[in-house]
Design a binder for this molecule. Structure first.
Ligand code: N01
Length: 549
């Protein structure tokens, strides 16, 4: 699967590097390749033993993306587009990881990557205009510029349940699924029914002896619409790549789906329902990204669409009580990240699958043999061999909070972001010079079909590096006024969408964390075209949001 040999911890680490990229995922690899093209002095470090980031870590059964494969790739290299074939409309994790390794092989990236280096701290040295970046293994490096590509879903969260450490079987988070864990024939409990839970549950249901799905809140799902891509279809897609990428660049989230210009109120109820059936039969992402524009903005139209989806659940799940439990009551369809599913609801018609409603039977403790519940007198404990935590992430700011980032005058980034992130254009923070965040809070790249979004920011960053190299710039700091302006803009734009009213990781909610309940603008929902235009203006006007030295 991973064509590049694991590891090389002892590879030389220079004392100083001009550009340090952190994170060998989709974004970091792309930035590394572009900097090498500029002959920059660059090193990429990653905490893992191999490249791939999200696609290196998430190896749980059923893991795949819900962006159309042919849109989830780098668009800049005609040669790569000619060479690489996708096998499925929504490729599974091993194929994506193989793609990233193919990219790294093609551009000779591996020799510029240092693995097994988890960053624990970064301290700005004003006198020398450089960062000291320290790693968990005690080593460190000085860097003039640090480009962070550490991911927004790379800090997993676990529930806090008494006795978790006493469990004698295998307990795994979806993010840390061991390569050698096979759950076939075993009794398995999955906690969590977000996008990861939905995928793993659907995948393992047929091979495990018994599956318990422990659900706290139900989430909306839409059919993924996956199918193989045959040779003639691949040839056709390849011939249309320019058109496909242009189209994606014009849609808000960089997908092939774009909100319908038509409002739901412009058509009759019969037309709406017929259209929704058509979307439901196709790729489910069209249900929320390609639907009537008002369904994601106005409560009335959203409620009607929500009821349409609830009806589909009732049709697909045989037991009406289970269907009801699987139907979210606390948020409308599409107002939280919708999971793409391939037979998820039919899983609950199987004899070896049981849905446990944690709202009525909360977990009281985990024991050596399984999970105990409060309030279930008939069956107080389930015995299992494996517990899967599909419980999500300390999203977006979590990966930054885990690094001690100390900027100008000793200010810590995690302190500055205590009540939520503030940024300039989602790429820098005032008080933290020379630290660029390529895909982090309030960035247009983070909420998009990822390769589409990150190419925008990597292109922009590469342009900035060209400027740095030609002008001999040694210090770049986001201006405080620009930071206030961007943060206010993000808030204003996000507030127009129903998504901002629903609690989810998009606005900083994760009940596993000791955080206040204040909503945060974690991502920018203003869309790729607007974000790209804003970045382009910045370049054209000589980077007015930054002080350059
Ligand atoms: O995490 P989540 P995820 N006790 O936060 C439950 C991306 N992704 O890993 O809803 C019991 O969505 C929690 O319950 P509740 C995608 O962007 C993409 O699934 O809070 N349950 C919820 O059901 C996605 O949005 C792809 O009540 C607990 C679940 O765990 C993001 O990753 C595939 C609990 C967490 O859901 C995160 O998805 C997979 C507790 N203490 C993921 N704590 C694709 O591209 C949490 N839960 C296809």
């Amino acid at each position: 699967m991973n064509s590049i040999p694991e590891a090389a911890e002892d590879r030389s680490l220079p004392e100083f590097v001009e550009y340090l990229v952190i994170g060998a995922g989709v974004c970091g690899l792309c930035q590394l390749q572009r900097l090498l093209e500029l002959d920059s002095d660059v090193i990429l470090v990653d905490a893992n033993s191999g490249l791939g980031g999200t696609w290196y870590k998430n190896r749980y059964p059923g893991c795949r993306f819900d962006s159309e494969s042919y849109t989830y790739q780098y668009s800049f290299s005609r040669e790569m587009l000619e060479e690489w074939d996708w096998s499925e409309r929504f490729a599974a994790q091993p194929e994506t990881l193989a793609y990233l390794n193919y990219f790294a092989d093609k551009y000779g990236l591996d020799s510029h990557i240092r693995y097994n280096l988890a960053v624990v701290s970064m301290v700005w040295n004003e006198q020398d205009r450089e960062w000291t970046v320290a790693f968990q293994n005690g080593r460190s490096i000085q860097a003039r510029f640090v480009l962070s590509a550490i991911g927004i879903l790379s800090a997993p969260t676990y529930p806090r349940i008494a006795g978790m450490d006493t469990f004698a079987g295998d307990a795994v988070h979806t993010f840390d699924w061991p390569e050698d864990l096979d759950v076939s024939g075993k009794r398995v409990a999955v906690i969590g029914t977000g996008a990861s839970g939905v995928q793993v549950i659907t995948d393992i249901a047929t091979s495990v002896e018994q599956l318990y799905v422990l659900q706290r809140g139900a989430n909306w799902c839409a059919p993924l619409g996956n199918s193989p891509i045959l040779a003639d279809e691949m040839a056709d897609l390849r011939s249309r790549y320019d058109e496909i990428f242009k189209w994606c660049s014009e849609t808000p989230a960089g997908f092939i789906h774009r909100p319908d210009r038509v409002l739901s109120t412009d058509v009759t109820r019969e037309e709406r329902v017929a259209h929704w059936h058509e979307l439901y039969r196709g790729s489910g992402a069209g249900m929320y990204m390609g639907n009537y524009r008002d369904t994601m903005m106005e409560p009335g139209p959203n409620a009607e669409l929500t009821e349409f989806i609830a009806e589909r659940i009732r049709e697909r799940v045989e037991d009406p009580h289970i269907a009801d439990l699987l139907t979210p009551k606390d948020h409308g369809f599409g107002t939280k990240r919708v999971a793409g599913e391939s037979g998820f609801y039919e899983v609950f018609n199987r004899d070896n699958v049981e849905l446990v409603d944690l709202k009525t039977t909360p977990i009281s403790e985990i024991t050596a043999d399984g999970i105990r519940f409060d309030g279930d007198v008939t069956r107080p404990q389930i015995d299992v061999d494996v517990i899967v935590y599909a419980t999500g992430f300390d999203a977006v700011t979590g990966p930054f909070d885990r690094i001690d980032i100390v900027g100008v005058d000793g200010q810590r980034l995690r302190d500055k972001w205590t009540r939520g992130p503030v940024t300039t254009l989602g790429v820098q923070v005032h008080g933290f010079p020379n630290l660029f965040v390529l895909a982090g809070p309030q960035s247009g790249s983070a909420s998009a079909n990822f390769p589409r979004g990150i190419e925008d920011v990597v292109n922009w960053m590469t342009g900035f590096v060209t400027e740095i190299q030609t002008s001999g710039i040694i210090r770049i700091e986001a201006r405080a006024d620009a930071e206030r302006e961007w943060t206010a803009h993000v808030h204003e734009v996000n507030a127009k969408l129903l998504m901002s009213k629903t609690k989810s990781w998009f606005n900083g909610h994760n009940k596993n964390l000791d955080r206040d309940e204040e909503p945060r603008d974690m991502v920018y929902l203003g869309g790729g075209p607007r974000y790209r235009r804003r970045l382009a203006e910045e370049t054209a006007n000589g980077y007015p949001s930054f002080d350059l030295e």
